[in-house]
Structures are given as structure tokens and as C-alpha cells.
Design a protein around this ligand. Structure first.
Ligand code: FES
Length: 421
């Protein structure tokens, strides 16, 4: 039986949504491509990657600024507001600035005197170029963040296909494993359920790896009525299953609303059981781009043949070999780049794979560590930890589920070997 539809509000207007939709899914289905503007050049912006990695979808949601619409799951009555825009899909009065100063202006020296004019100019510029508006100040006496300490045998960062496969195998063998994921995997899987780790902290982003203390710090938003949560995790083994982010294909106007990552959109359509209805083309090379074009039923062009993307506030077409092809959505299937920043903080060596930096591992998934500097402030009381990587963070061409299982087998063998006999 179909679940009951929901209503959310976008800039005051009611919008239908389905349970399990993200805010971006509901907005795209309703044809809202442009939802904000870039802070400096006031370029119209809408979602691109649809997996929480590019930040172009940020909106004010339930009074909180700068939330990623592509990760926020809808609820009945959710209030969503565009930010940094006056009528994002329509006229933008700030464009008058471009007409008044056709050659641009040097904002370091513009209106430096008289002082009052400078104060007014700075106030206007700061208002226009900030990102979002702060929420109301916390209530006086608001409770401080809750501190949670965890000492699991294995910490898995990322509950995508690789992290889920690895965690499932470790849990089946009785290993004490904690998984963190900065997405709301529970909310996102409601529509398209997937087995998730038993001990999973969702909406929980690891923001720091403190190698000398063998410590990972992560933060979660408050549970209903509570305080934000700060997690300090001291594992014996860390597995980075952080995946890969979408790259970009260098083309004029590739930032226009309506340019979407093909993989992100394919997942979204599958998860929400939706169809692509807008006229659409896909740009990309290689087998995966071909497979995505076939899956989505759209025509594919090689990026090298595309001269430019047409449009002003959103995509209107592309020019290929001098021919204009009208379309409302352009899907890009670039090479992905591993999300390896935290692994590098933890001391893992990286290798350039042509699109980004992958974690360098042995065949079993053990990360090769950079030598610690002689003056490193390592805590001698803390036992060394083992760092692992599985899935696209170590190789964007592997099958992430199979790789997660393979690394789990190696990790289990190492745990068994280290147990006292
Ligand atoms: S972060 Fe939401 S579309 Fe990229």
C-alpha cells in the first residue's frame, strides 16, 4: 500500500512530498531547480551531487540555516526557505550591480571614504555575501552538549555499501563494532530499506582524528528536546568506508541549476520510485556513464564534444558540434574522487588516482601509514591503532560490497591472531 503523501512548505507555498523523500527530491519533483545563489557572484544555485558532498543545495530548514536539502528527510509540515536570494528562480535585484559596474570594482578600495559611506557599503556587502541567517540565539541556560565516550574494538566511518557489508560481517562474528555516518541513514532507508549496522550513530559526522591520543571526535544533533551530542571514540581499529564524491566536468555554465550528478539522481529515482520526466541528456565517458544513460533512458554525449551549456537561471540546452540541443536537465557522470581527508588526518598515505586522492593500502585493506615525525606528541600510554580502508575510498573502481566483505575477512583474521591463546 502506498504511504500517505506529506505536505512541506517552500518559501511559504505548500508542496507535496512522499515519505522517505529528501527535501531536494520534493523540490526537484515540483520543478524547483534554483533554490539559492552563490555568495560572491550571485550565480543561481541548486542541488548537484544529491549525496551530501557539494553543498550547493543548502537551505534554511525548520529555522536552521545551511542544511543540506539533499540529506534532510521530509516530515509533515516541514518549513523550507531559500537563502541568499530574493526570488531565486526569478529576478535577482543584485544583478543591477553588474549593470552599474560593468568592469567590476575593487571592493578593497571601493567607497573607502567618506567613512560613513564605507560603513554602509560594508554592511550591505556583508549582508549580501554571507551564507544564511543565524538561528535565534540559544536560550539562556541551554544545556551543554552531552558527552558520550565509546571504546569499541572496531570503529567504521561510513555506512554506505562497503561499510554496511564490512560491519555486517564483523557483527556476525561477534565483534564489538560501532559505525558512524553523517547522513540520516535511518530516515533515508525508510523508503528503500537496507540492513544497517546494529550500533549505528546516524547524522553523526566525525570532524577530527587525533592521532597522538588515538581519538576520533564526532558530533550529532540533539535528540528530541535534548542537547547536541559530542562523541569521543577510542577504537583499536578504524575502518574508513567514507566512499567517494562526485567530480565535475569542466564546461562553461556547469554550475547552473539543472546540472545534476547522474549517479546521485539515479539513486534518488530508485529510492523514491520516481521517473525522470524533464528532457535530459547525460555527459560522460566510459562504461559506467553508458550504463547510467541506459538505466535512465537518456542520450549520452562525450564531454569533449560539448561546447557549452546554455541557460541563465537554469539549464536550457547544450551545444554539441555547433548544434543546439534543448534540455531542462543535464546529468554529469564524471570520475569520482575518494573522500580521504579524515584518513589522511589519521596518518594514512594517499595516492593520486587521476581524479582525487585514494587511501594507499595493502591488498587486504590495511592503510599504509605515513612515518610519524620524530617530534610527534604520541601518548605512550595509548596502544597503536590499525587503520583500514574499504570500498571507493581506496579504489573507485571496486565493487564496494565485495570490497567491504574482503576487508572484513582480513580484519577478522587479524583480530583472531591477536587474541590471547
Ligand atoms: S550536498 Fe546536497 S546536492 Fe550536493
Amino acid at each position: 500500500m502506498d504511504a500517505e503523501p506529506l505536505t512541506i512548505y517552500f518559501d511559504g507555498d505548500p508542496l507535496p512530498a512522499r515519505p522517505g523523500d529528501t527535501v531536494s527530491a520534493a523540490l526537484l519533483r515540483a520543478g524547483h531547480l534554483a533554490t539559492t545563489r552563490s555568495p560572491k557572484y550571485r550565480r543561481p544555485r541548486g542541488p548537484y551531487c544529491l549525496i551530501g558532498e557539494c553543498g550547493t543545495c543548502q537551505l534554511r530548514i525548520a529555522g536552521q540555516p545551511n542544511l543540506r536539502a539533499c540529506l534532510t528527510v521530509v516530515q509533515e509540515g516541514l518549513v523550507v526557505e531559500s537563502q541568499n536570494a530574493w526570488g531565486p528562480a526569478g529576478l535577482d535585484p543584485t544583478r543591477l550591480v553588474d549593470h552599474l559596474f560593468r568592469r567590476g570594482f575593487d571592493h578593497h578600495h571601493f567607497l573607502v571614504r567618506p567613512r560613513l559611506a564605507n560603513v554602509a557599503m560594508q554592511a550591505i556587502a556583508r549582508t549580501m555575501t554571507g551564507f544564511g541567517v543565524l538561528p535565534e540565539l540559544p536560550r539562556p541556560g541551554a544545556p551543554p552538549p552531552e558527552l558520550h565516550e565509546h571504546v569499541p574494538t572496531v570503529l567504521v566511518l561510513g555506512a554506505g555499501p562497503a561499510g554496511r557489508a564490512l560491519t555486517g560481517a564483523l557483527e556476525a562474528a561477534g565483534v564489538d563494532v560501532l559505525a558512524l555516518d553523517r547522513r540520516d541513514r535511518l530516515g533515508l532507508s525508510r523508503w528503500h530499506p537496507a540492513p544497517l549496522p546494529q550500533r549505528l550513530l546516524v547524522d553523526t559526522g566525525a570532524f577530527g582524528v587525533y592521532a597522538p591520543e588515538r581519538l576520533i571526535a564526532a558530533a550529532s544533533p540533539p535528540l528530541a528536546g535534548g542537547s547536541p551530542r559530542l562523541h569521543l571514540v577510542r577504537p583499536k581499529h578504524i575502518v574508513f568506508a567514507t566512499g567517494a564524491r562526485e567530480g565535475m566536468i569542466p564546461l562553461l555554465n556547469n554550475d547552473l541549476p539543472g546540472v545534476l550528478a547522474a549517479r546521485g539522481l539515479a539513486h534518488l529515482l530508485e529510492r523514491t520510485d520516481s521517473q525522470l520526466t524533464a528532457p535530459c541528456v547525460l555527459l560522460g565517458d566510459g562504461e559506467e556513464a553508458e550504463a547510467l544513460a541506459a538505466q535512465l533512458g537518456v542520450h549520452r554525449y562525450a564531454p569533449a564534444d560539448v561546447e557549452r551549456i546554455l541557460g541563465r537561471d537554469h539549464v536550457e540546452g547544450i551545444v554539441v558540434a555547433g548544434r543546439t540541443i534543448p534540455c531542462g536537465v543535464i546529468l554529469l557522470a564524471p570520475t569520482r574522487a575518494p573522500i580521504s581527508e579524515l584518513a589522511a588526518q589519521a596518518g594514512a598515505q594517499l595516492r593520486f588516482d587521476g581524479a582525487g586522492f585514494a587511501v594507499l593500502t595493502d591488498p587486504d585493506g590495511r592503510a599504509l601509514l605515513a612515518p610519524r615525525p620524530p617530534d610527534a606528541d604520541d601518548d605512550p600510554a595509548e596502544p597503536p591503532w590499525q587503520i583500514w580502508a574499504c570500498g571507493h575510498v581506496r579504489n573507485t573502481s571496486v565493487d564496494p560490497t565485495a570490497d567491504g566483505l574482503a576487508v572484513a575477512a582480513a580484519l577478522l583474521a587479524e583480530l583472531a591472531a591477536s587474541e590471547p591463546s
